[in-house]
Design a protein around this ligand. Sequence first.
Ligand code: SF4
Ligand code: SF4
Length: 500
Amino acid sequence: MTAGILSFLSSFGSHLPFARKTFARGVHPASNKSTAGTPLRRMPFAPRMILPLAQHIGKPAVPTILVGQEVVRGQLIARADGFLSVPLHAPVDGVVEAIELMPSARGPWTESIVIRTYEASTQEVRWGEPRDMAALTPAEIIQAIQDTGMVGLGGAAFPSHAKLTVPKGRTIHTLVVNGCECEPYLTCDHRIMVERTDDLIQGIRYAMRAVGAEKAVIGVEDNKPDAVAAIRARLPADGSITVEAVETKYPQGAEKMLIKSALGLEVPAGGLPSEVGVVVNNVGTLALLGRLLPSGQGLTERVVTVTGPGISRPGDYWVPIGTPMRHVLEWAGAEDVTEREIILGGPMMGQAIASLDVPVTKGVSGILVFDRRDIETESARKTYACIKCGECVQACPMGLNPSMLGLLAASSEYDRMGSGYHLGDCFECGCCTYVCPSNIPLVQQFRAAKGVLRDRAEAVKSKLELHESGERFDFGHKEGEGRKPGGSRHPINPPPSAKP
Ligand code: SF4
Ligand code: SF4
């Protein structure tokens, strides 16, 4: 997120009293969840829908329809291209107008299927055969999940079937279900927990069978007592699924933080949750799987929080995948959008968009509309030198030293950031930028540094591939140079294993 928005938020942040289970460090931004009490609503279809083939992590989907072909809501329109890929389904009844490059949040031009919506299109999904879920093996459940086209709806857009595939040699004892929704403003998961509780419990059962977990723990921040109560009222009597109220704190919903809070387990640096016998999934993802899997249907819509100071009808809406942003904002009452800053996702980790022609994709959890003047005022705040106050170190949930990382970024010492100061463990939560009194855009520097290191790694990989294919290259340094061994995790902060 931009430094301007993070400092805009920090200008009215508050510290809440210590609550229940939690992790070390983190921050308490003002929640601004004004839509939490408003029931889910539907958004009407836009006249044209834009479906990027790459709206998930992995290989883009491959179209299975032709331009000019009629499609019905729920019909398969693009198949998965291999294991790390998911299919796409038509969100409306209509006709395929084009398969061409269109703007998307991933970049200015992404290959997309464009569907002109028939005026008579209804909410009915006329595609998909009901499935007997009780008869499926774990491998068949994984395949069924891939067939829905489901990805992590919390924002990561990682294919759900891949996330629920247990790596060879590992055993999963617990499914951790992420109902924290720790980003300010967002309430889509909250409303789903309250209104779609049965679907959620059903989806949790399917996921438990897929990974072989004996128990599931739903972690919900303690600012959502109605969600905790709704879930508790529907928990199975055998105790296999429980709900834990965890402290309201950002980034409580980050995987490693939630595992620490809910189970007291520490995922090793650079490791995956499966290393401690855990898989994490988001409540929105599981609730939709609970509905789609038995009906044999694909993902055609999701819940999106549309809110912010620039919206007159804020709320949580069922939005068809592929709906252009302009249509969503008009419907939600955004006025004078040229004077607005529009963020996809939450304000801490979301992404600003420049074009209103960008469509809602599977990973869009929120559309936040701010007054551009507020953001610009904060962005224009002067940046000062680091005063070594240690606030960023106290805030970093990964136990890193953002101050030192920032100094190294300023002097372009990217290799040292990676090898000596664990830049790879930074998951860009923005806590350090949020608390920095000198207004240093730390997380932006870290993102840029990671980009440089990625490019360098790609360049080395290409050279190695050429080398293996018979070419000879002079790498310009001796083996082992450019890597600094070990190094303390950080000089002034205790390790993340320290008790909160
Ligand atoms: S260094 Fe990375 S993980 Fe730590 S607070 Fe900053 S953005 Fe978050
Ligand atoms: S919070 Fe900012 S000023 Fe304070 S130590 Fe970190 S980078 Fe320096």
